[in-house]
Design a protein around this ligand. Sequence first.
Ligand code: ADP
Ligand code: 5GP
Length: 198
Amino acid sequence: MWNKCKDRRRGRLFVVSGPSGVGKTTLIERFLKEDRGSRFSISYTTRQKRERETNGKDYYFVNEETFDRMIKDNCFLEWERVHGYLYGTPQKEVLDALEQSIDMFLDIDVNGAIKVKETYHDSCLIFVEPPSEEALMNRLVLRGEKEIALRMQRVHEEMEKKYLFQYSVINDKLYTAYRDFKEIVETVRRGIHGKNHC
Ligand code: ADP
Ligand code: 5GP
């Protein structure tokens, strides 16, 4: 039933990935401000909350014991260990929203995105890439990120998997990247498929 790409009654699953600090949150938040009918999937994570983050808005912050129990209880659509911490997409929230014709936006790592696509073939994978490694590093600094080296180590591995994504956006100038991002979402909604299929 998940292969029914053209079933307009069901919401669409947009999976946004790319290196940490590339601007995924920025693009999604901006889009969701304009498009009130869609929703962001709030992941669970075992990493520490950053100063500017809010529990229940940016993430649900939990300890490893809780996360492990949730894995056993089959609470996750997918989960991964990223930069040494556990991250997972809540299954029920996402599937319930899609059933209610709400488009869902996931900001998850590349491996999680590939897993989602394997199960939900009609999901749409969007890869956000930085204009350069230097620019990416500057953004991590700007965000006040403490574990910059850890995040930069993973960039090549992530970039190598870009070809598995149907769409990609280079986030150089935010204005242009946002325009491209929005156009992808609108294209998918109109049912015009990307390089593989959505
Ligand atoms: P991610 O969600 O991919 O980890 P964020 O959206 O948190 O990344 O962005 C990381 C930092 O880079 C933030 O401080 C954000 O304001 C900034 N940023 C996002 N897009 C751009 C851009 N096009 N140019 C400059 N800075 C940007
Ligand atoms: P950060 O700690 O910078 O918020 O996120 C680190 C990485 O974890 C990012 O690539 C982000 O997309 C990813 N991530 C966030 N939530 C999830 C999730 O639920 N599942 C997976 N697989 N990755 C996630």
